[in-house]
Ligand binder design. Structure first.
Ligand SMILES: Nc1ncnc2c1ncn2[C@@H]1O[C@H](COP(=O)(O)OP(=O)(O)O)[C@@H](O)[C@H]1O
Ligand SMILES: [Mg+2]
Length: 399
């Protein structure tokens, strides 16, 4: 028998598994590395974060990824090289963290690797009849497994698409398993490059829950900062946006896109929400020039308004609790806009649920890997629209 399969079999039967969850989103800020202790599976899953770190990407890494990221035309050789190179970078970041934490690689049962999204093309974006939903994450799992010596589960999104989804948001599965609570409407809101939320109804009726993207999170604000403020990668603490005035005409034009009229669940990416999108909105609104601070104030409000719109559509007048995560939760102006426009929401901290909000997305991938190896494949009854009832991830062995 292949000893790898034997080892995997043992891991599946363990009472608790040490799993490293990895997340690197569209913001390209860094690799989130969460060392998690996962017990049980399915609705009995519990997770304890043992260690967490975001390893910031250096400029070289950012430039290399940006050379192919969300571009319709790329240097194919570069893409091919990056598939291996990103995995090697991630593997060495993991090895360095484990060393720093004083944890031997042999002690880790599995790595859950999201990879780096290069392109996300749901049908709503490409609109080509003969093609389905598609997405591409690179940083191949085999290279991570061989270079860390740890079994690696990766490329979670393809199964989701194969089974009828758009490949995103995958947060729903972990949100449902870890945070669902009978008797309370909960919204798990993640504001990364793109903003998304999972709605967990008080009834815990799986058929009523869903995860959806709402539109841009930080991506357009980040892109604008990088374009117009030399040396700045994002609007730290909204210092720039706070100096500006919201341009009402531009805001209206920004919100005028078919994506916002589509039903839930839906997904998107910087392939749509980018600086060309802003230029197009300015043109439609007949705006030739705008102060940079006013543009940032407007983009900040655009993110807030589209999140608010999606939540109001979902919750109507009902009370609900919002647990925010992702880098956008550290943007005080954005959070202020959300608070003011959602009077029926109670804003809570995921720390109260024993999860560091910055680690949350990485933890959710650890949970998906746990399900891949130890789950029974029936998270909820039946198939729910856009939420295939499947275990996801591909298994790579170190040897
Ligand atoms: N103090 C802050 N003020 C404003 N924005 C912040 C702050 N901290 C983080 N961010 C935003 O969060 C982004 C990173 O968010 P993250 O959740 O890591 O996104 P992703 O999942 O796309 O990597 C940064 O690019 C930045 O826009
Ligand atoms: Mg990030």
């Amino acid at each position: 028998m292949n000893t790898n399969i034997q080892q995997l079999h043992q891991i599946a039967f363990k009472e608790e598994r040490l799993i490293i969850g990895l997340m690197s989103g569209t913001s390209l800020d860094g690799l989130d590395i969460a060392l998690c202790k996962c017990k049980g599976s399915g609705t009995n899953t519990t997770v304890e974060i043992v260690q967490f770190e975001t390893v910031a990407y250096n400029n070289d890494f950012k430039q290399e990824v940006k050379s192919v990221f969300s571009k319709r035309q790329v240097d194919l050789e570069k893409l091919c090289l990056l598939n291996e190179w990103i995995a090697l970078q991630h593997a060495s970041m993991i090895n360095a963290c484990l060393k720093q934490w004083g944890v031997k690689n042999e002690r880790i049962d599995m790595i859950a690797s999201h990879g780096q999204t290069i392109y996300h093309a749901p049908k709503s974006l490409h609109q080509q009849k003969k093609f389905g939903n598609a997405t591409l994450q690179i940083g191949d799992g085999d290279h991570i497994a061989v270079n860390t010596g740890i079994i690696t589960i990766s490329d979670f999104r393809q199964k989701h698409i194969a089974a009828g989804g758009e490949g995103a948001p995958l947060a729903l599965y972990g949100d449902y398993l870890l945070f669902g609570k009978q008797g309370e409407n909960r919204v798990m809101l993640n504001i990364g490059g793109i903003a998304n939320f999972t709605y967990l109804p008080a009834s815990m009726d799986a058929a009523a829950m869903f995860s959806t993207d709402t539109g841009p999170g930080n991506t357009m604000m980040d892109a604008y900062m990088q374009q117009h403020f030399a040396g700045k990668y994002f609007d730290e603490d909204a210092t720039i946006a706070r100096q500006g005035t919201i341009h009402a005409l531009l805001l209206t034009a920004l919100k005028d896109n078919p994506f916002f009229k589509e039903g839930f669940p839906k997904t998107t990416g910087p392939e749509l929400f980018n600086l060309a999108y802003l230029a197009n909105a300015m043109e439609r609104a007949g705006i030739g020039f705008i102060d940079h601070v006013d543009a940032m104030a407007t983009l900040n409000r655009f993110t807030a308004d589209t999140i608010v719109h999606a939540l109001q559509q979902t919750m109507q007048q009902n009370r609900f609790a919002v647990y925010a995560s992702g880098g956008g939760m550290h943007n005080p102006l954005l959070m202020q806009h959300l608070g003011q426009q959602l009077p029926n929401a109670d804003f809570r901290n995921i720390n109260d649920l024993n999860i560091n909000p910055d680690a949350k997305e990485a933890v959710l991938f650890a949970v998906l890997a746990n399900e891949c190896v130890a789950g029974n494949g029936h998270l909820f009854a039946g198939n729910i629209a856009g939420i295939p009832n499947v275990r996801m991830g591909k298994i790579s062995f170190p040897s």
